[in-house]
Write a protein that binds this ligand. Structure first.
Ligand SMILES: Cc1cc2nc3c(=O)[nH]c(=O)nc-3n(C[C@H](O)[C@H](O)[C@H](O)COP(=O)(O)O)c2cc1C
Length: 215
């Protein structure tokens, strides 16, 4: 969380709910960081939770909530099991969608983009920062696979706790993904359903086309 809060401290965007265009800037990341900080400060229930949708191997979209762990210049970072349903879907099709919704602020941010794995050192560093229980959990859970009973999972945790009685290494199949946005839409609820929708669309030359959409 601190990464994006620090990023926001360095930007000078002032947000006034009535005047979205005045402070959108010419790139979307500062505004996204600002909205994330607002969600932390409001406070909202799960400020950095986002629904990530992938195109499954069955051809259908599949969504699940994950935590945004870092907002970098290149994109949005989350951590998961690379062998999970989402990991397998991403391997086949890196096109994803991510959605934040903060009901307390009447805001949503919708991100369309492509996904890459983050460098291994970055996953190592984040994994090592996690509590021991979460580290053991990452080994114990064969995420998205069928599980015959809760007891089976708990036994695996016990065995792993003995095996790794000191340090727990990062499982090679566990790590980060970064969503590199192609399009970002900021949605602000306004009276009489005349909501603001501002879209940033990435151009071939790397600049952002910015336009407003009907609510
Ligand atoms: C608030 C919340 C945060 C979550 N954060 C993560 C996360 O950061 N990484 C993760 O792998 N799963 C997270 N989960 C669990 C996922 O929603 C999902 O159940 C899991 O990743 C398996 O998804 P899959 O089978 O579609 O791959 C979170 C769930 C909730 C409700």
């Amino acid at each position: 969380m601190d990464a994006f809060i620090n990023q926001v401290k360095n930007d000078h965007h002032q947000f006034d709910q009535g005047k979205l265009e005045d402070h959108v800037g010419d790139e979307p990341f500062a505004l996204m960081a600002k909205w994330l900080r607002d969600a932390v400060e409001k406070p909202t229930n799960e400020p950095n939770a986002m629904a990530v949708s992938t195109i499954g191997l069955d051809g259908f979209p599949h969504s699940r909530v994950v935590y945004l762990k870092e907002l970098l210049e290149e994109g949005l970072v989350f951590y998961t099991n690379y062998h999970s349903d989402k990991g397998r879907a991403i391997e086949q099709n890196p096109n994803v969608h991510a959605l934040f919704f903060w009901s307390e602020l009447e805001r949503q941010i919708s991100v369309t983009g492509t996904v890459l794995k983050v460098p291994e050192e970055m996953s190592d560093e984040y994994f090592q920062s996690r509590p021991r229980g979460s580290k053991l959990g990452a080994w114990a859970s064969y995420q998205s696979e069928r599980l015959s009973s809760r007891a089976e999972l708990e036994e695996r945790v016990q065995q792993l706790a003995t095996q790794y009685h000191e340090d727990v290494p990062r499982p090679p199949h566990w790590g980060g993904y970064i969503i590199e946005p192609l399009r970002i839409e900021f949605w602000q609820g306004r009276p009489s359903r005349l909501h603001d929708r501002i879209v940033f669309e990435k151009q071939q030359n790397g600049s952002w086309d910015i336009y407003r959409k009907n609510p």
